[in-house]
Design a protein around this ligand. Structure first.
Ligand SMILES: Nc1ncnc2c1ncn2[C@@H]1O[C@H](COP(=O)(O)OP(=O)(O)O)[C@@H](O)[C@H]1O
Ligand SMILES: [Mg+2]
Length: 617
């Protein structure tokens, strides 16, 4: 018995494949968005509607049968009842005992398993597919924490909406129509007040719903600001503690909380008025319908059975009206929430893949920047008209005060941002026309933050090469002088060495340890172009000196761009570029630039092997 149940429910689960790719990007209009994603659910929805009609018809029949039963009893003598109606009673009993539960069960299997278990993930999966195409710049502009919350939420909301529509609205609609038909058949005089009542109920709903949507949207907007506020303060908790700003933060938090309270209050005002109206309507139908039935009977125009039906019907319809109202309320609650989520998730891809993007082919690794301009849409800062050519296999050091535009330059080469003006060519290919994965696949990058994923050390290094063996990973770690400390790692769950997890963004490691893992990862990747953005800034000079030798070997045959404040690490590069206010102001070898005795020479003198002086920052 159980295995049959298991089999049926399992195949119900597989009726929808939540992972089929979407053929359209998400839109920010809720209804269009939902409609555009219904395709994989079509079969399940059709099945659900058929089962809904069957279930509603059974309910309607049950009520009419109750009325008919009373009439039957009134018209037959007790002695003859079984003889005449026995067969019919047995059929009716069987229907109530078996057909009704079976139809309900089938409807629940489709609604609660086929649809409910899949829809949320279908929307989340598609949202995730879309978001993962967003640029790095896009993610930096929105809070990652809030984006994640919205993505997960979006699935729940879409699921509520579709489930609610199928459950309440479809069922309620079929049920009401069934009732009207039934009443019209038994007595047309009863159908008329019912039609009037349904029209009144619908009219009120239609008037109130837009207000409800507006109130809900405001509430969710406030809620989403609250989430943003909490995400921001919790993800920078150390900074807040450091500056003892707990009270300010609490005050901020309270303001956000108060805003959600106020908006929820407004939305509840509407929901209470709506509920009261519905209860009034219920009173109207009970008094009107039953009273009308009694009056018909008193003037000899109706049977007792008719009144029986009227009583049963009015009781059923009142509970139905309340239930539909609650479901509609929840649907619109979800619509408001989904609209809020879509504001983030449905944004168009900021750096879309070129229409017929080809894979980048690196022949030597020549990088050409032509008239490059990028100021993050602010009109200041960033890069300002940079044109340079880095030869194949050339090792270039990039120097300049902080804020000069060094990171901007490498972020543009990686196409994390789309340059506002100008062109970047790698071996003659415009990076806007090449496949983005192939572009980043050709570049090994270690940055100052060297953020790691909250996975094991092994997984973090293995990011560099999909099919890396443990031996390769260990060899890379050794080159990056990371094997010693990795051997001693132990995380809170007792995992050790390469299996130890590193915490969110690698917080459980020191800055220098993170950088060494990031270096190992790039050594393993062995890409033809290497970008080091303050890659060894967190290492002490002893470890750095050890790594320099390995770095020299890794740089062999690659085009390299190295940014460093510690000039000794780039003095031996083929060529040094000095950036200032987004422009290249000096270009030459270390010796040449020192001889020129201008900006770079000034840096160099001040450093005597150390960093660019603090007064230069
Ligand atoms: N995401 C961003 N949005 C707006 N402005 C930015 C962004 N990133 C950097 N900038 C600005 O661009 C300039 C150059 O920054 P950056 O390239 O990081 O400098 P560097 O790496 O040389 O220290 C700075 O003035 C900085 O304020
Ligand atoms: Mg920088």
């Amino acid at each position: 018995m159980f295995s049959i149940f298991e089999k049926i429910t399992r195949s119900a689960l597989n009726l929808i494949d939540p992972y089929v790719p979407s053929d359209t990007p998400p839109t920010d209009s809720v209804w269009r968005y939902i409609r555009a994603n219904l395709k994989p659910m079509r079969k399940a929805i059709a099945l659900s509607l058929v089962l809904t009609v069957i279930a509603a018809c059974i309910e309607v029949w049950l009520i009419s049968y109750a009325g008919k039963l009373i009439d039957t009893l009134a018209q037959t003598t007790p002695e003859k009842i079984w003889q005449v109606h026995g067969g019919e009673f047995i059929l009716a009993a069987l229907a109530v005992l078996f057909v009704r539960p079976l139809s309900q069960c089938a409807r629940h299997v489709v609604n609660d398993i086929s649809i409910s278990c899949n829809v949320a993930n279908l929307f989340r999966w598609r949202g995730h597919q879309h978001l993962s195409k967003q640029s790095v710049g896009w993610f930096q502009d929105d809070l990652a924490g809030r984006t994640s919350v919205r993505l997960v939420d979006l699935g729940n909301q879409a699921s509520y909406i579709i489930g609610g529509l199928l459950n309440a609205v479809a069922f309620g609609l079929v049920y009401m129509i069934g009732m009207i038909i039934l009443m019209a058949q038994t007595d047309i005089r009863l159908a008329l007040p019912l039609v009037l009542w349904v029209a009144l109920y619908m009219g009120i709903m239609i008037r109130i719903i837009p207000r409800m949507v507006k109130a809900q949207r405001k509430f969710f907007s406030a809620k989403s600001a609250l989430v943003g506020n909490v995400v921001d303060s919790f993800s920078n908790f150390d900074t807040l503690k450091l500056f003892s700003r707990r009270e300010d933060i609490s005050a901020d938090h309270k303001v956000s909380l108060e805003l959600t309270r106020e908006k929820l209050f407004l939305s509840r005002q509407i929901s209470i008025s709506m509920n009261t109206i519905v209860v009034l309507l219920e009173g109207l139908i009970m008094v009107g319908f039953i009273g009308y039935g009694v009056w018909l009977w008193s003037v000899g125009a109706g049977t007792i059975g008719l009144i029986g039906s009227a009583v049963a019907l009015s009781l059923r319809i009142t509970s139905l009206a309340e239930w539909v109202l609650n479901e509609v309320w929840r649907i619109f609650e979800s619509v408001g929430n989904l609209q809020e989520s879509l504001k983030t998730v449905a944004q168009p891809i900021t750096i879309p893949e070129h229409r017929d993007a080809k894979d980048l082919v690196v022949t030597g690794g020549q990088i050409t920047l032509e008239g490059l301009n990028h100021q993050y849409g602010t009109g200041r800062g960033g890069l300002n008209d940079v044109s340079i050519k880095l030869g194949a296999g050339e090792k270039v050091g990039l120097v300049g005060r902080s804020g000069a535009g060094k990171s901007t330059l490498v972020n543009l080469i990686l196409r994390f941002y789309e340059a506002e003006k100008g062109t970047i060519l790698i071996d003659g290919q415009d990076i806007r026309t090449v496949d983005q994965d192939s572009l980043r696949g050709a570049i090994g990058m270690v940055s100052q933050q060297a953020a790691l994923l909250n996975r094991s050390v092994y997984d973090n290094i293995a990011l560099g090469k999909a099919d890396a063996t443990l031996d390769e990973i260990m060899a890379a770690a050794k080159k990056a002088k990371a094997d010693d400390f990795i051997g001693e790692l132990k995380d809170s769950k007792g995992r050790t060495g390469y299996d130890a997890h590193v915490g969110e963004r690698g917080v459980k490691l020191s800055g220098g340890q993170r950088q060494r893992i990031a270096l190992a990862r790039v050594f393993l990747k062995n890409a033809p172009i290497l970008i080091l953005d303050e890659a060894t800034s967190a290492l002490d000079s002893e470890v750095e000196a050890e790594i320099q030798a390995e770095l020299q070997a890794v740089m062999e045959g690659k085009t390299v761009i190295a940014i460093a404040h510690r000039l000794s690490t780039i003095a031996q590069m083929d060529r040094i570029l000095v950036l200032e206010e987004g422009q290249v102001i000096e270009d030459g070898s270390h010796d040449e630039l020192v001889k020129q005795d201008t900006r770079y020479a000034g840096f160099w003198k001040r450093q005597s092997g150390g960093f660019i002086g603090a007064d230069e920052e």
